[in-house]
Design a protein around this ligand. Structure first.
Ligand SMILES: [Fe+2]
Ligand SMILES: [Fe+2]
Length: 691
């Protein structure tokens, strides 16, 4: 519209200019009218323009006002949004902190769950539960109580950090509190008034914000502790230890939760209680498992000790060998662990290895259960289940009676000079008695049987006697089986005074040993027969009282130990028991049995048992077959064995230098056996030279 006005104005002005330029005459009036008309128009247009302009200004004003208002509103909104965002940011930050704290607690809980499942030591396990719960809740105090068979809650651990009070467990301090009875002492009814017993009886967590204000339970025991210790218990959390199945096994107590990093006491939050419940539940399951494992372990240990005791009890000839050998073995092993010298510097055993070693020492002679007692205890050459010298003596008696009868018959028949007959009888009787004395002496086995003695035995054996009775009557099935293939001789029959009969050779059942010698690395020779009870054979034993078969039977106990232990399904951590126990008769140079091992093949643990076995046997005072040796005699013999490389020299030295020999002697030997031992005389030359 404004542009129209400007155009009109320009038109009028242009016309005026034209008129002046033309210079001609003009109708002024008409021109004026035209001009006036033009101005009126212009005015009109201008007014219109002004009107329009005013209207636009108003509109603009209104618009501006609207914009300003909207801008103000926007600013308000922005401000509000900013405030809201700030508040939200604060909340998010707090929540994040809470979540981080919760995550940390969860991580701690998981960590503890793993630690609990790994911990094999029950005492450390209990400490872990309490310290973990205290850490989770930042509690000042805590206690762990376990339910006993007589319905008491017995304190296992008790802590109040701010008082520096720690009882039970690693503290080594006895807990000064009496067990809490789940039942009222007077009425015998379950005690629901006590905070502790209530939690256990109802199997529920009890969370008390402030016991000073709460009237829910009887807090007398807590308050009297407070008074005594000038302490102020406030918040309390009692969480029963309940496995997923079965009854509550104990109680986890926490007191005075605190704001982290301060000593300000606060109630236990529900979140905290939840975490502790989680921990208590894991702990209860793990503890029940632990108790089961522990009771099975105790049962296994008892069975092993029972077996070891049974072997000892089987024969007076072994005395209390297994028990005492285990004792000296453990003492020497301990000394070896503590030693920082030579080949023992690196030697050490952890808890599991100790258990493995102890089981091996208790079981080392378990194979002896397969040894016939008569072999273990064989005191004379003719002994089987009884000493057969009596049987032989009876034969001598028979021979003598026959001589007397022969002489009497000759006298009655007038077939000789009575004096000569008597003299002949006396001479034969004396010879017979001398022969019997010789046989009896051979039977005792005190002296070496040189070839002349064996020859004399053979000569004596040729003497005959007459048997009138069937020797196949009254036999056992085993004996019958051995004679049934042999032809029976018609009676009466002449028998030798001493004999090696076929039926006296007892074959191995199935013709072989009942184990895989190759699998077990058995290197010693196995005699063909199980036993040979031949009289001449036994009486001719060069030294001692044992035949080859019987000596093998004795040595076989080490094989049987290996075989028996191999059959036992020991857990992986005890898998070394067989090797440790089975080598206790090996030497350093392959002269031992049953594997003929050498120094490098034997472990230190086996060598310890080998020395302990010998030391016990030498010093034993409870064997009926030998006079007790003195301590110095025993050590001297062992020093010879060390020189012959039968025992490990370093461990033998340790037996002496550690004082284990003296300590063991004090506990187990008779005072008359304990003499002075100059250990410098016996320890290895190299070592004594070093000193
Ligand atoms: Fe043995
Ligand atoms: Fe032994």
């Amino acid at each position: 519209m404004a542009s129209d006005a400007f155009q009109q104005e320009r038109k009028i002005l242009d016309r005026g200019e034209n008129l002046l330029a033309e210079g001609g005459e003009c109708d002024f009036k008409a021109e004026y009218k035209k001009l006036l008309k033009g101005y009126k128009k212009l005015l009109k247009v201008t007014k219109r323009v002004i009107r329009v302009s005013d209207s636009n200004e108003n509109k603009l004003k209104s618009l501006h006002s609207k914009v300003t208002k909207q801008q103000e509103e926007l600013e308000e909104t922005h401000k509000s949004l900013e405030q809201h965002a700030e508040a939200l940011e604060g909340r998010v930050e707090n929540r994040t902190k809470e979540l981080v704290a919760a995550q940390e607690k969860l991580e701690k809980l998981i960590e503890m769950g793993i630690a609990l499942s790994r911990e094999r030591n029950l005492s450390r396990f209990k400490e872990l539960i309490l310290s973990g719960a205290k850490e989770l809740t930042n509690a000042d105090g805590g206690a762990l109580l376990l339910r006993t068979d007589d319905d008491n809650l017995a304190y296992e651990l008790f802590d109040v950090d701010s008082l520096d009070l720690h009882y039970g467990g690693n503290s080594g301090l006895e807990i000064p509190f009496e067990p809490v009875n789940l039942r009222d002492a007077e009425s015998g009814r379950p005690d629901y008034y006590n905070l502790f017993t209530h939690a256990v009886l109802t199997e529920r967590t009890i969370n008390v914000a402030n016991i000073q204000e709460s009237k829910d339970f009887n807090f007398d025991n807590i308050l009297s502790f407070d008074q005594e210790q000038q302490y102020r218990s406030q918040s309390y959390l009692a969480v029963p230890l309940k496995p997923s199945r079965g009854e509550v096994i104990g109680l986890l107590l926490l007191s005075n939760a605190r704001v982290k990093g301060t000593s300000r006491v606060i109630p236990f939050s529900e979140e905290m209680a939840g975490f502790v419940e989680g921990l208590a539940s894991q702990a209860a399951v793990a503890m029940v498992n632990q108790q089961l494992v522990d009771s099975q372990r105790r049962l296994l240990d008892s069975l092993i000790k029972m077996l070891s005791g049974a072997i000892d009890a089987k024969s007076p000839y072994t005395g209390d060998h297994c028990g005492r050998m285990a004792q000296v073995g453990e003492m020497l092993a301990q000394a070896a662990c503590e030693s920082e010298d030579g080949g023992l510097a690196e030697f050490d055993m952890n808890e599991t290895e100790w258990r493995e070693f102890k089981i091996a020492s208790w079981m080392h002679d378990c194979g002896k259960v397969t040894m016939p007692e008569y072999v273990v205890d064989k005191a004379t050459k003719l002994e089987t289940i009884y000493n057969r010298i009596h049987e032989i003596r009876t034969r001598f008696e028979v021979v003598l009676r026959d001589l007397i009868i022969t002489k009497q018959n000759a006298l009655l028949g007038g077939k000789g000079d009575p004096a000569k007959l008597q003299a002949g009888l006396e001479e034969k009787t004396a010879a017979l008695k001398d022969n019997f004395a010789f046989v009896a002496e051979c039977n005792v086995g005190g002296e070496f049987m040189d070839p002349e003695k064996v020859e004399r035995l053979k000569e004596i054996a040729k003497i005959t006697w007459e048997r009138h009775f069937d020797d196949r009557l009254g036999l056992s099935q085993d004996e019958l089986r051995r004679v049934e293939k042999l032809p029976a001789k018609p009676l009466p029959v002449k028998e030798n005074l001493l004999a090696d009969k076929k039926e006296q050779i007892i074959p191995r059942p199935g013709g072989k040993v009942p184990y895989d010698t190759e699998k077990h690395g058995i290197e010693i020779d196995v005699p063909e027969a199980l036993f040979n009870q031949g009289e001449l054979y036994n009486l001719s034993i060069p030294k001692g009282t044992l035949t080859n078969e019987e000596r093998f039977k004795i040595q076989e106990h080490a094989i049987q130990t290996i075989v028996m232990l191999d059959r036992l399904p020991f857990p992986k951590e005890l898998s070394g028991v067989k090797e440790i126990a089975g080598c206790h008769h090996e030497t350093m140079i392959g002269t031992g049995y049953p594997r003929k091992m050498s120094d490098g093949e034997m472990t230190i643990k086996s060598k310890i048992l080998a020395i302990a076995d010998i030391f016990e046997a030498l010093t034993a005072a409870d064997r009926p077959y030998k006079k007790p040796k003195t301590l110095s005699e025993s050590i001297r013999i062992m020093s010879f064995m060390r020189n012959d490389q039968h025992i490990d020299p370093e461990l033998f030295d340790l037996l002496l230098t550690s004082g284990v020999y003296a300590k063991y002697a004090k506990w187990n030997l008779k005072p008359s056996q304990i003499d002075k031992v100059e250990i410098s005389q016996f320890i290895s030359q190299e070592q004594s030279g070093d000193r």
